[in-house]
Design a protein around this ligand. Structure first.
Ligand code: NAI
Ligand SMILES: O=C(O)C1=N[C@H](C(=O)O)C[C@H](O)C1
Length: 239
């Protein structure tokens, strides 16, 4: 499979190594305006976007207009997600966005939903989310923390939203911490006067995110439409 890497930073470089080890070829590396590159020149099967929030939408939709399916892991641009979906469908292209491509985090997501469902009637507990990332991270809260909050909100009709660094009574507070060299840690805590319940996912490196993105690209390669990591993982566990 011929891959275009949109964003050749920390993630792009690890994705390149994993993709090559799995027999794929990186034919294009983009670290600047996508319009400076001729996408039709290389025979691109899939583009993988791990760039920066302000570039993601243009990168992704330019690929769709060239009928190139896209895996996107870039966070902090989701106000334009619905518009990106539309452009994908209009151009009969393929798209998978995930706030976190790691297999472990996707298991953690399922645990989070199950726990949120169990806790929603227990009014003595209040819930909060903490995320810790490296000092270079541009967005806060992390995309993963937002996904965790949305999953809890879907299970709990009394909670109305989330807020960064504090919240009203009917909101989930998300605390974003920045520390040197932390690849990504997410904790969900339910606290009462009697006890607390915590679930935590700690990434030890970026390998899991990168492997998940390449596996997702292998899944999306010849497909059109919008898919999620749940589709990728169901397919993986079936085969
Ligand atoms: N969904 C997931 O599993 C994960 C998502 N991420 C997200 O991926 C993104 C990238 O993360 P890192 O690789 O750590 O960041 P990074 O800063 O190391 O890499 C971003 C790269 O994008 C380049 N860039 C700047 N403008 C560009 C443009 N117009 N088009 C293409 N590339 C451009 C930069 O020069 C840089 O090389 C972030 O949004 C981060 O939150 C990171 C890890 C896992
Ligand atoms: O910027 C990062 O590094 C990461 N970003 C993603 C996020 O915002 O959730 C995923 C992972 O935690 C690493």
């Amino acid at each position: 499979m011929n891959i275009a890497l949109l964003g050749y930073g920390r993630m792009g470089k690890i994705i390149e190594k994993i993709a090559e080890n799995r027999g794929h070829k990186v034919v294009l590396r983009v670290n600047d305006d996508i319009e400076a590159h001729d996408l039709s020149k290389e025979n691109i099967d899939v583009a993988i976007d791990f760039s920066i929030p302000k570039a993601a939408f243009k990168n992704i939709t330019t690929c769709f207009m060239n009928r190139i399916p896209v895996i996107s892991g870039t966070t902090g641009w989701l106000d334009q997600y619905e518009e990106a979906r539309k452009v994908c469908l209009q151009n009969e292209s393929g798209f998978i966005y995930a706030s976190n491509f790691s297999l472990g985090v996707n298991v953690f997501f399922e645990l989070n939903k199950k726990l949120a469902g169990m806790m929603q009637g227990l009014e003595d507990y209040s819930v909060e989310i903490e995320e810790i990332h490296h000092l270079q991270k541009l967005d806060a809260p992390s995309g993963t923390a937002i996904s965790l909050a949305q999953q809890i909100l879907e299970e709990n009709s009394k909670l109305k939203g989330w807020q960064l660094d504090g919240a009203d009574e009917d909101e989930i507070p998300i605390y974003a911490k920045r520390e040197e060299d932390v690849p990504g840690t997410h904790r969900v805590t339910y606290d009462s006067s009697i006890d607390n319940i915590e679930i935590i996912h700690t990434a030890k490196s970026r390998q899991g995110f990168a492997l998940g993105a390449v596996v997702a690209a292998e899944y999306l390669r010849d497909k059109t439409g919008i898919f999620t990591m749940k589709d990728v993982l169901s397919d993986l566990f079936q085969n």
